[in-house]
Design a protein around this ligand. Structure first.
Ligand code: ATP
Length: 509
C-alpha cells in the first residue's frame, strides 16, 4: 500500500501526520471536469474570485447570487440537522477574535505549522511535504510503486524527527525541481505557522497581538460551562457552531477546496469518559447517512481512519468524497478526549468540570467532534450536481441539486408577454414567494428560459399559458427528466413544499 502524508489539524508537537492511501491522481479528463465546474460556477453566479477587478486574491472567493443561496441552504440544513433533529444539541455563535491565551492552550501558537520551502529562482513558495508527496504520486503513476512507498516513508520519518534539513536533502536528492523555474535552487525548509495575527487597539506590542481563529471549535470549548448551565444541558449533549475560520495556507489550490478564509460547521459532543468510542462510531455513522441522504452516491464517499493519531485524540477518521482531483477530506470525526477542556482549565485556572448526577461525580467530559467545511461541502454539492448529457448532436448541462438545497426552487414563466399571461403568472409569484426562493422571467423563448434554469439547477419550471386562463392549471417541467405535467395552481405550493422540505433529508438520516 502506498501512503501520502498529510498535515492534520489541530496541531501536535511538530507536523502531525496521518497515513492514508494515496489519493488517485486525477487524469486530464478529471481536471477538465474541474475546469468546467469552475467556469460554470463563475458564469452562472455561484463563485467568483475575490476582488477580481484587481486580479483576485489567491485562495479567497466570493459567492454570487445563486452561490449564496446554495451555501445558506447547506448551512441551514446542517444547522437544523444538529439543533432540531437532536434535542440535546444547542447552538452558539462565538466571536472570531478570542483571548490570545486560547491559542496557547489549544496548542496552535506552538504547533499549528506546516513546513515550507522557497525556490530562489522563481521566488515561489511550496509546502515541502507536498512537493515530496506529489513527486511520490508521479513515481507511482509511472509504475514505480516501491520507490514511491520508500519516499513517503522517508518523509514521514524525517518529519517525525523534526529534521527539516533532512527534508531539504530529500527534495534535492530526489531531483525535485520547481515547476515554474525548473531548478532545484531551494532555500532551507522552515516551519510556518498558519494562524493570521493582527493587533487589537492602537498600541502595537506583543501583548496586543491577537489571532483570527483557525477553527471554530475553541469558541465552543471556552463556552462549554456557560452553555451547559444556561441551556440546562445534561451530558451527553452537544454545541454546534457555524462560522468563519482563517488559515494562512502555504499552498492554496483546487478552487474553494483549500481557502485562506473559509467557513466551518463544527459540533462538539460532550460525553461521560469511557463512553466516547461508542459515541464516536455513532456520530461517524450519522454523518455518513447525512451525506447519503443529500443524494451523494455511496461509491463517491468513504470513511478513512487515521492510522496515526494526533496526541489529543484516541480515534479519528475523515469522510472523504471523490472530487475530480481524487478522494479528499470533506469532514473530520474526531474523538478528542478531554484534551481541550483540560488544557483550558490549566491555563485559565477555572474548573471546566461537570457534575453528573447519575453517577454522582465531577469530571471533565470527553469530546466527540464533527467538523465540516461549508465551502468543501459546497464544492462537493456542485461536483455532484454538475451533469453533462449528450443526446444526438446536443449536450445538455444542468445542475442536479437536491431540491432541499437548490438555490432557486421554481421559475414562473409566462409563455408570452401578452394576453394577460404575465398578470396571471404574477399571481402565482405572490402565492409562492414568501415561502420559496423563486424567479419570474418573461424574456426569450420558453426553451431558452428552461435552459437558463437548468444551468442554475432550478428543480421546477412553471409555465403559464392560455389554458391557465381558462382552467387555472399550469405546466410543471421537471429539471432532471425534462418531463412535463399539468397541475392545478392550487396544488403548486404543497408540491414544492413537499419536494424541498428538509424533512425528506432528516427522515433518511
Ligand atoms: P486538510 O487536511 O484538508 O487541510 P484539516 O485536516 O486541516 O484539512 P480540519 O482542521 O479537521 O481539516 O478542519 C475541519 C474541516 O474544515 C475539514 O474537513 C475541511 O472541510 C475544512 N477545512 C479545513 N481547512 C480548510 C481550508 N483551508 N479551506 C476550506 N476548508 C477547509
Amino acid at each position: 500500500m502506498n501512503y501520502q502524508f498529510h498535515s492534520l489539524h489541530p496541531p501536535n508537537q511538530f507536523v502531525s501526520l496521518i497515513l492514508r492511501p494515496m489519493a488517485k491522481t486525477a487524469n486530464p479528463a478529471e481536471n477538465a471536469q474541474l475546469k468546467d465546474i469552475i467556469a460554470h460556477a463563475k458564469e452562472y453566479g455561484f463563485v467568483y474570485p475575490s476582488s477580481e477587478i484587481y486580479d483576485g486574491l489567491q485562495a479567497v472567493y466570493d459567492y454570487g447570487a445563486y452561490g449564496v443561496e446554495l451555501k445558506n441552504n447547506l448551512k441551514r440544513l446542517w444547522w437544523e440537522t444538529m439543533t432540531r433533529v437532536h434535542e440535546n444539541i444547542v447552538g452558539i455563535d462565538a466571536a472570531i477574535f478570542m483571548h490570545p491565551t486560547t491559542w496557547k492552550a489549544s496548542g496552535h501558537v506552538d504547533s499549528f505549522n506546516d513546513p515550507m520551502i522557497d525556490n530562489k529562482d522563481s521566488k515561489k513558495r511550496y509546502r515541502a511535504d507536498v512537493l515530496v508527496e506529489e513527486h511520490a504520486a508521479k513515481l507511482e503513476n509511472e509504475g514505480k510503486v516501491d520507490e514511491a512507498k520508500q519516499l513517503t516513508a522517508a518523509l514521514a520519518r524525517l518529519l517525525e524527527a523534526e529534521d527539516l534539513a533532512g527534508v531539504r536533502d530529500l527534495i534535492i536528492n530526489e531531483g525535485i525541481t520547481c515547476p515554474i523555474s525548473g531548478t532545484s535552487n531551494w532555500t532551507d525548509v522552515r516551519q510556518f505557522n498558519l494562524m493570521f495575527s493582527t493587533q487589537v487597539g492602537s498600541v502595537a506590542d506583543d501583548a496586543s497581538t491577537i489571532y483570527l481563529r483557525p477553527e471554530t471549535a475553541q469558541g465552543i470549548f471556552v463556552n462549554f460551562l456557560n452553555v451547559q448551565k444556561t441551556a440546562r444541558m445534561k451530558v451527553p449533549f452537544g454545541i454546534a457552531q457555524i462560522g468563519k475560520a482563517f488559515r494562512n495556507e502555504i499552498v492554496a489550490r483546487q478552487f474553494i477546496f483549500r481557502m485562506r478564509e473559509f467557513e466551518q460547521m463544527e459540533m462538539q459532543f460532550f460525553v461521560r469518559p469511557g463512553t466516547e468510542l461508542d459515541w464516536y462510531q455513532k456520530w461517524a455513522d450519522v454523518r455518513m447517512r447525512w451525506h447519503l441522504a443529500l443524494g451523494t452516491p455511496a461509491e463517491k464517499l468513504r470513511k478513512h481512519d487515521h492510522e496515526k493519531l494526533a496526541h489529543y485524540a484516541n480515534a479519528a477518521m475523515d469522510i472523504e468524497y471523490e472530487f475530480p482531483f481524487g478522494f479528499k477530506e470533506v469532514e473530520g470525526i474526531h474523538s478528542r478526549t478531554d484534551f481541550d477542556l483540560k488544557s483550558h482549565q490549566e491555563y485559565s485556572k477555572k474548573k471546566q468540570q461537570y457534575f453528573d448526577p447519575e453517577v454522582n461525580q465531577n469530571y471533565i467530559p470527553y469530546v466527540i467532534e464533527t467538523s465540516i467545511g461549508a465551502d468543501r461541502l459546497f464544492l462537493l454539492t456542485l461536483c455532484n450536481a454538475y451533469t453533462e448529457e449528450t443526446t444526438e448532436d446536443k449536450t445538455r448541462v444542468y445542475l442536479k441539486f437536491h431540491p432541499a438545497v437548490a438555490p432557486v426552487k421554481a421559475a414562473i414563466l409566462p409563455l408570452t408577454k401578452k394576453d394577460g399571461l404575465p398578470e396571471k403568472a404574477q399571481e402565482i409569484v405572490e402565492l409562492l414567494k414568501y415561502d420559496f426562493n423563486i424567479i419570474y422571467e418573461e424574456a426569450a423563448s420558453i426553451g431558452k428560459r428552461y435552459t437558463r434554469q437548468d444551468l442554475i439547477g432550478t428543480p421546477f419550471c412553471i409555465a403559464v399559458d392560455h389554458q391557465t386562463l381558462e382552467d387555472n392549471t399550469v405546466t410543471i417541467r421537471h429539471r432532471d427528466t425534462t418531463e412535463q405535467e399539468r397541475v392545478p395552481i392550487s396544488e403548486l405550493h404543497g408540491r414544492i413544499a413537499e419536494a424541498t422540505s428538509f424533512r425528506r433529508v432528516f427522515e433518511r438520516i
